[in-house]
Every structure is written in structure tokens, then in C-alpha cells.
Design a protein around this ligand. Sequence first.
Ligand SMILES: NC(=O)c1ccc[n+]([C@@H]2O[C@H](COP(=O)([O-])OP(=O)(O)OC[C@H]3O[C@@H](n4cnc5c(N)ncnc54)[C@H](O)[C@@H]3O)[C@@H](O)[C@H]2O)c1
Ligand SMILES: [Zn+2]
Length: 327
Amino acid sequence: MEELAPSSIVILTDHNTELLCLPYFLSTYLEDEEFTHLSIEPGESSKSIECAEEIWGVMLEEQLDRKTLFVSLGGGVISDLGGFIASTYKRGIQSIHVPTTHLAMTDAAIGGKNGVNFHGLKNQIGSIRLPRAILIDDQFLNTLPDKEIRGGFIETIKHALIADATFWKKIETLEATAAAKDKSVIEHSASIKQQIIEQDQDDFGIRQALNFGHTIGHALEASLGISHGEAVAFGIIAESFISEKQCGLPQEELNEIIRLVKACIIPDLANDLDADKLLNLMKSDKKNEYGEVRFSLISNIGVSKIGETVPIEIVKQSIAFALSKMK
Ligand SMILES: NC(=O)c1ccc[n+]([C@@H]2O[C@H](COP(=O)([O-])OP(=O)(O)OC[C@H]3O[C@@H](n4cnc5c(N)ncnc54)[C@H](O)[C@@H]3O)[C@@H](O)[C@H]2O)c1
Ligand SMILES: [Zn+2]
């Protein structure tokens, strides 16, 4: 804090992190400093322009100047929203992220992508601006519900799959919840994302590897309203099947992936998934270019292949395959 020399400090929480994380944060990291605390409803619906507007308003009323430090204490909703508010208030003030979920520690808080949902679509309005620091403290995970832990750990499984076979071998031997709370696992997973975004800050190349499991996952999340973690678990299995068909992923590696993903999460899905509806949703994914559905796949565990176009028939087969394995 001292190095940043802020004129004032704002701390953004949601009501859960206010109750469960703020007292520990204050006693461990802030001690006697004064601050303005803002707390919002938990959940994705708070990632909105209305919520940002309300917070900009309070900050203006409090006459907070350009040397204010904005602290986002919470999960990915708080870092996405807080980062957006900090990057736009008076054309940008310094911010730090204090992630309190496994997902935010290893994924959402890293990379400087900030934003809010708009007109019912995710992350449509936002900015890319890095926080000054990210404070990772695994103590916060002690109060996080198991479902949230496992949902976040799916992204760590993805990091291993796209970039690090050695890390895969390590997490394969661990129980999912224990692994997700393990400090060295968190730090390594975060470093994989960090290294990828350092190579491609603007998201036109290798950063797309992070989309593995998400092309089908996002479509499923949008059509069934299941959690992101559940949807990505399904997406990873489906896209590993495509990787086997299209990029030579060995069969035994496909089997290993199915085993580890299922040990982490098994989504509760109906048998009659509408593959055509999912395909239409994939076509409207904002990561596509020139009207083609592009996939980020893997050719081996730890080796990604981006920008792969896949025949519709194989995508359909992959959905049926993942559905049969998720039982
Ligand atoms: N910017 C990026 O690069 C990026 C990457 C991935 C995901 N995201 C975004 O992140 C968001 C999801 O993040 P999330 O899963 O952390 O969701 P979240 O922030 O909604 O947190 C999940 C739930 O856990 C609660 N919680 C948080 N920390 C807690 C703790 N320590 N103890 C008890 N409860 C706690 C929250 O109140 C909430 O109810 C999505 O909006 C997604 O779009 C952004
Ligand atoms: Zn994700």
C-alpha cells in the first residue's frame, strides 16, 4: 500500500465477501488505514452498467481523486466489475485485486480484462487494463463452498491441458478440493495464465488457447443456465473428443481427461440436449471470425492448437459423446 501512496482507498466487496473476507483482509493487510467500503449483491447480475454507475456516483460524491486506490475484494464478479470501474473513473485510477475464489485467483483476476454484462450478453462492455498488483492469499478459500471451489478448479485443469503436461501429472494424483486449495497449485495455475497473456495481451493469438472447453461450454451455459464450471467440464470432454478426431490427441490421454474432469464435476444434464441450438449459439460466440466456428483444441495433454475449424458433424458427435460420458 505504501508504495502506491494513495490519497484514499476504496474497497469493493459483495455481501458474502464483506462478511467472510473483509474482516481478515483488514486485520491482515490494512490495519489503521482509512477507507470507503462499498458492498453489492453477490452474483453475476451485479456485473452491470447500473451497478458501475452507482459506484462511480458514490466515488464522485465522496470527492475521491485520481490518486485513489481501488481494491476489489471478491470473486471474478468483483474483479471484473471493480477493474472496470477503476479503469474508467477519472480516466483510470490504480487498482489492486484481492481474489477470494479459486477461479479469481487463477483466472479472472489475471490478465487485465475488465467488464460488465450488457443487454443480456456477457462481458460486452469493458476495458483491458492491468491492476497494479494481485494479492493471492489461500486463507480466503476456507469459507468458499465446495461447489464454487470445484467449479473454479476446472479452469486449473484447463490450464494444465493447454500448457503443462508436468503440472497435469501432479494434479492428476490429487483430490480436486484439496488440490484447489493447495497454494503451490494455485500459484502454478495462475502463472500459466500469466505467461499466456504476457505473450498476447490483445487476445489475437495464443491467448485463445484459454478458450479450450469454452466454445461448447459457453453455448451450454447460455442454453441450460447451468454453472460455468459445470458447462466447461462438459465442454472440455466434448472438445477433447474433437481434439482426438482432429488433432491426434491420443485415446489414452482422452480417457485420462474424462477421468479427472469427472472426479471434479459431473453436471446434472438432461438426455435431450438440443445440438442444433448449441451450434447456433456457438456461431454467435464473439470469439468467431468470418462466420466460422473456431475451436481452441489440444494435440496432446499440455499442447494447444488454436484457430481450428471443425466440421459440424464432428461437433454434433462430440456433444453426444460428452453426454454419454457424463452419466
Ligand atoms: N476477466 C477475466 O479474464 C475472467 C476470466 C474468467 C472468469 N471471469 C468472470 O469471473 C466471474 C466468475 O467468478 P467467480 O466464480 O469467482 O464468481 P463470483 O465472484 O460470483 O463468486 C462466486 C460466489 O462465491 C462467493 N464468494 C467469493 N469469495 C468467497 C469466499 N472466500 N468465501 C465464501 N464465499 C465467497 C461470492 O459472493 C459468490 O456468491 C464471471 O463473471 C466471469 O465472467 C473473468
Ligand atoms: Zn472459464
